[in-house]
Design a protein around this ligand. Structure first.
Ligand SMILES: Nc1ncnc2c1ncn2[C@@H]1O[C@H](COP(=O)(O)OP(=O)(O)O)[C@@H](O)[C@H]1O
Ligand SMILES: N[C@@H](CCC(=O)OP(=O)(O)O)C(=O)O
Length: 368
């Protein structure tokens, strides 16, 4: 689709483009991307930038190590983030704004809505939001872990028309082109299936995270929201001329004709399961039906520690996944109810709090 038809896009830039020589940031490859962003804005298209590179940019401030520890990487991110922002900022003649997020922010519905509002307020006032994961503070359980998936979550929150992932390769090849000379570029993907995932390997550079695998995960998230997704070569300045002409310089993932509803998409692709409610193998009720109320009598086991409002997975004992849903109970209360021999007490407690999960905050999963 010609760029002039886009109302809002997310551009994601990989670490190798920010700090190609790992001696701090370089604007060498960013210039073409910045010009592309400026042209899109001049054409009336709002742009959100998801920029990697804080770890790569901060690396030279620390003694050289082949495999930096997690705490060292966090320190590198803290050291490199400001440098990375300053490098972008000097390429634009409009103001930018920094947003540092963790998965903990995105998977909490209220914080997600607040992030969404901040992005829209920045865009409506002509600023360029520049987003990265808050690597320096995040813990393993709260991380997205890679900026490909983060950019897809941001694209969904921003209700973008397109997600452009700028990397160090032309696009998705049938196998890793850095390891196989005979790899061929796939120009268009209309369905992301096991065959596509099988082509995608990890990162081979010392600065990339996730490789092609996380880009396919991101594309899957984005296209199911109706967002056209492209993986393109950020090293090649001609990439951005082609994009502006409406051409496809890399791999295009075509969006679903019928996108998932916003809330269902968030439940499926952004919220994260904190625990499990295990039901009998012969459980067959329709969990989306308002009159079907999952009660503690239906649940044979509760797994994990979760609070009221956290997302839980409802599954059968045989492993069949039924739904992701918002829990109206904490795991602690469910264990307490299950431990009561007096069923009347359990029933009373349940009558007060209502069904275990809400029929309004549920994503029914394909039963595999
Ligand atoms: N099938 C594939 N096609 C293209 N690249 C692949 C494939 N499988 C693995 N890769 C690797 O993915 C890398 C790009 O991902 P990554 O290093 O994480 O870059 P970025 O920093 O842009 O996110 C490529 O350099 C390549 O080594
Ligand atoms: N948040 C990290 C980047 C993580 C990441 O996904 O990197 P990349 O694969 O280069 O997009 C950083 O700023 O260094």
């Amino acid at each position: 689709m010609p760029t002039s038809h886009w109302k809002r896009i997310v551009v994601k830039v990989g670490s190798a483009l920010i700090a190609p020589h790992q001696q701090g940031c370089s604007s060498h490859y960013l210039l073409g991307i910045a010009q592309f962003i400026a042209t899109c804005r001049a054409q009336g298209c709002q742009v959100v930038l998801v920029s990697s590179g804080s770890v790569a940019a901060g690396r030279h401030r620390f003694p050289e190590t082949a495999e930096p520890s997690i705490s060292l990487k966090k320190a590198m991110a803290a050291a490199g983030q400001a440098d990375m922002m300053a490098t972008w900022d000097k390429l634009f003649d409009f103001p930018s704004a920094q947003l540092l997020l963790t998965h903990g922010d995105l998977r909490d519905r209220d914080r997600y809505i607040s992030i969404k509002n901040t992005i829209f307020t920045l865009l409506d006032n002509g600023l360029l939001p520049i987003i990265n994961e808050n690597d320096a503070v995040t813990a393993a359980k709260l991380r997205v872990g890679d900026n490909d998936n983060l950019s897809a979550m941001v694209a969904a929150a921003a209700d973008a028309d397109a997600l452009i992932i700028c990397s160090d390769v032309k696009g998705l090849y049938n196998k890793n082109p850095n390891l196989h000379d005979d790899a061929t570029l796939i120009k268009q993907v209309s369905e992301i299936n096991a065959e596509i995932y099988a082509m995608a390997g990890g990162a081979t550079s010392s600065v990339g995270t996730g490789g092609m695998l996380t880009k396919i995960e991101a594309a899957e998230k984005a296209i199911s929201h109706g967002i056209e997704t492209m993986i393109v070569d950020g090293f090649d300045a001609d990439t951005f001329n082609q994009l502006l002409k409406g051409q496809n310089p890399g791999t295009l993932f075509t969006p679903y004709d019928v996108p998932m509803q916003e809330h269902l998409h968030w439940m499926t692709h952004t919220s994260q399961v904190q625990g499990e409610l295990i039901v009998e193998n012969d459980f067959s009720a329709d969990l989306e039906e308002h009159d079907t109320q999952l009660t503690s009598d239906d649940v044979v086991a509760v797994r994990g520690n979760f609070s009221v409002g956290d997302t839980v997975l409802v599954r059968k004992g045989d492993g069949t996944k039924l739904a992701k849903a918002k829990s109206n109970y904490s795991s602690c209360l469910l264990h307490f109810i299950a431990d009561q021999e007096d069923r009347e007490f359990a029933n009373n407690a349940q009558q007060k709090t209502g069904p275990l999960i809400s029929d309004k905050n549920i994503a029914i999963l394909e039963q595999l």
